[in-house]
Design a protein around this ligand. Structure first.
Ligand code: ADP
Ligand code: MG
Length: 321
């Protein structure tokens, strides 16, 4: 059985991960390599038992290939169909329904559209104008965070204190769809590595310095248990198996801030040597387990069942697991 890795220009994780999978996979007849692609034929069988995907959000060809591979029996981490469908506003909505602490959030009409899309004023007949910015700010409170509804890497994330600052920031956000969110004035911040849906490792994180910090006493037992439980709920609902989930903690309440990080940062320099070694070990064990025991249906999201929508509306859910 072969395990494939799709990555960009990361330098520390790929060789360490492939070496580790090759070392512990050998007794099981499992080897690991970089996925190689040079045009994909419709009737091509799956070459890989498991693929770890860390780049298909940037390379459409890879995403298209991965959906094809999943249909042919490859277990893809993360599920390419769900990753394509997901966005942060939907995630906030699901998790609020499932009882997590979520900052008040508004989905905003876009400021503008891609240059090659013909949007004339009459194309936008569904949009109310003008937007009542003061009412939206009253709802989320001041200051507030303006950020993309599907984005990453801190791009286009702004803290605004009033309507003027909000509009100044918003004017530069085309063509992205944005959210306006309650600012959580946190006293602690954690980022959780997640391996599979339920193995959760919360780590102290300094979002200003963008630095992981080794501090095993950062959360007391009760808060640590809640963070782990909430992160498990997120991954079970959304189907992610390789993710980082961020919580801003204020007055002992962990607010889920960002949980759409399906290609999480695994660079040794940024996550510390301690967590790097842990990530390599846990990722290697995860893919070997999935190669031996996984079925491609496993990583599907379960938000329909968990929110009750699957039962109450007759909406057809995924096969039972
Ligand atoms: N509602 C919020 N309250 C306080 N800080 C926030 C909030 N939303 C985002 N941030 C800060 O901005 C950073 C980037 O926002 P995030 O939602 O994580 O977007 P990205 O996907 O770009 O990482 C977070 O790590 C956090 O420090
Ligand atoms: Mg983030």
């Amino acid at each position: 059985m072969t395990i494939g890795l799709i990555v960009g220009r990361e330098y520390s994780f790929p060789p360490a991960f492939l070496d580790r999978v090759n070392a512990i996979g050998r007794p099981h007849g499992i080897t690991a390599e970089f996925v190689k692609l040079g045009g994909t034929k419709l009737d091509e069988p799956a070459r890989y038992k498991v693929i770890v995907d860390r780049l298909s959000h940037e390379v459409e060809y890879y995403r298209g290939y991965l959906k094809h591979a999943a249909l042919n029996g490859t277990y893809v981490i993360n599920n390419p169909f769900w990753w394509t469908a997901d966005d942060k506003f939907f995630n906030y909505t699901v998790m609020a329904r499932l009882g997590l602490a979520i900052p008040k959030t508004v989905l905003l009409p876009q400021k503008g559209y891609p240059a090659d899309v013909d949007i004339l004023p009459e194309s936008l007949r569904n949009l109310e104008y003008p937007v009542d910015w003061d009412a939206l700010l009253d709802y989320v409170g001041r200051p507030a965070i303006l950020k993309p509804f599907s984005g990453g890497g801190w791009k286009h994330v702004y803290k605004v204190h009033n309507r003027e600052e909000l509009l100044a920031a918003y004017d530069g956000t085309a063509p992205y769809c944005m959210t306006l969110q309650e600012f959580i004035d946190f006293d602690r911040y954690v980022r959780c590595f997640t391996f599979g849906k339920t193995d959760i490792v919360p780590v102290r994180y300094d979002p200003r310095a963008r630095q992981y910090i080794i501090d095993h006493q950062y959360l007391d037992d009760e808060l640590g248990a809640r963070v782990v439980r909430d992160a498990q709920t997120i991954n079970q609902a959304l189907g992610y198996e390789m993710n980082t989930i961020e919580f801003a903690i204020k007055d002992g309440v962990p607010y889920a801030i960002d949980f759409l990080n399906p290609a999480p940062d695994f660079e040794r320099d940024r996550i510390t040597a301690h967590y790097f070694d842990m990530v390599v070990e846990k990722m290697a064990n995860l893919v070997i387990d999935r190669a031996l025991n996984g079925s491609p249906a496993n990583p599907w999201p379960r938000w329909e069942e968990m929110t009750g929508l699957g039962r109450s509306s007759g909406f057809v859910g995924q096969p039972a697991r």
